[in-house]
Ligand binder design. Sequence first.
Ligand code: FAD
Ligand code: NAD
Length: 484
Amino acid sequence: MVVGEMVQETELVVVGAGPGGYTAALRAAELGIQIVLVEARPFLGGVCLHEGCIPSKALLHAAEVIKEAKLASTFGLHFGDPKIDLNQLRNWKEGVTNKLAAGIVGMCKSAKVETMVGKAIFQDSTSLRVDKEGESSVRLKFKHAIIATGSRPVKLTKLFKKADDSKSSRILDSTSALTIEKIPQNLLIVGGGYIGLEMGTVYAALGSAVTVVEMTDGLLPGVDLDLVKPLANHLQTVFKQILLSTTVVSLEDVGDGVQCVFAGGEGSPKTAKFDRVLIAVGRQPNSDGLGLESTQVQLNEHGFVKIDQYCRTTDKRIYAIGDVSGQPMLAHRAMRQGQVVAEVIAGNPAAFDNRAIPAVVFTEPEIAWCGLTELEAKAKNEKIGVAKFPWSASGRAMTLAEPIGQTKIIYAPESQLILGMGVVGARAGELIAEGVLAIESGAVLEDLLVTIHPHPTLSETIAEAVAVARRREERASRSQVIKD
Ligand code: FAD
Ligand code: NAD
């Protein structure tokens, strides 16, 4: 123990107040567990609220309004070019974040969750030290601890020609990109994944000429191609260029821009200069600097904390949830794990045994999927049925002037169990919840068919895709009867 260090005992300590950490803390408090929530920064909400989900979706909403206003000219409504007041846009975005952050503080207060600002470092399997700025540290002795320290952007430090380039204000990560300090004329985005495409959509709408460089041969690797294709086609029209199978070999701040050297990619330039470069090549877990070596907690080869389905680590008193505990690094997975872990610590029967974790890319059009994908089924050699309904036949899509889209159902041909759903199109992220519920509740095709979907809505495309599946299965069984 350090001289002057205060010692405090608690039943549960949660390290990190992102969506995983604050959800676990609130549920644990509801279950009567005495708890301290430790957060390194002087605000609650984590990456999701301050530099992730919420600010990015606020800016994407602004991008959508610009697109809608342009689109309206096709049906006779002419708004002209947008006048963009960056200060006001930034203030609005920050206002949204601040209101939500105040809401979390209020919920913690009323649930009697004690919050402590400081960096937590484990001392052993039963205690951790909280280092506070300008104050003496606190030693917290705990019965249980939850690691919910999240993740941070992967840096491509090796690519910088000079050591100083990594600190250049022309090199952005998702956090600095979200501050929209300025709208660059030319923006290079390294990485064609979630962040690259969402932030590319924002900056292109605000007026930047966006180039995306992606090292694999397609955008959003791992997502079913029929979902990605309509988005990729649209992005070809709003981005300046998309360089596939291409990597960045070096980056150098040359004073009036960043000089980039590329490798690979047929037709890709060898070199080009950009006003700003956004690096969005994935995120890494915040499992270092936490003192985990003083505990029995083990990490995997990528630095993620190893957990089981109860979110237990290899140290029996310590649990881990959210980004620090592995893929998919999504806020709603962290929140569900937060609920589960609180129940487990309270001794209630609970496990992270969800069948479907939805994923949504909030681009224009949006892409959303859940459960089994076609790519996964192919890799596992699993026999599936796939039925699709194009939005060009949806009344609601037409009235919204959004005919680009498709809803797809993946099902087991014999049992007719719904195994997966994929949607590309406007508000796909809102529609996917029905697929998640269908999978979690073990629904079969018939269950969705007999469910009345409101008309005219995009949700009807789900029932229509299921109707396509039913027609196909009925035809197959008729031809089987004829053969027999
Ligand atoms: P985090 O939100 O990362 O919070 C961890 C907290 O722990 C932080 O506040 C940190 O300060 C604190 N901490 C770290 N170390 C310590 C320590 N030693 N002591 C005390 N405190 C510590 N996901 C979605 O589902 N939907 C989206 O639309 C979406 N959009 C995103 C957009 C962007 C630009 C980014 C970057 C991410 C996005 N994500 C999205 C991912 C989402 O933000 C994360 O999955 C989510 O924040 C993970 O939650 P978490 O609780 O695990 O950790
Ligand atoms: P990502 O894993 O989604 O995409 C990274 C992309 O960069 C991949 O396509 C990869 O092939 C490519 N890449 C990697 N190294 C490269 C290189 N050297 N050159 C060119 N391309 C390279 O990662 P991200 O976009 O940084 O997002 C991180 C995580 O944050 C996501 O995986 C997701 O879990 C979460 N996130 C979610 C949302 C959402 O839910 N809507 C939005 C943003 C972020």
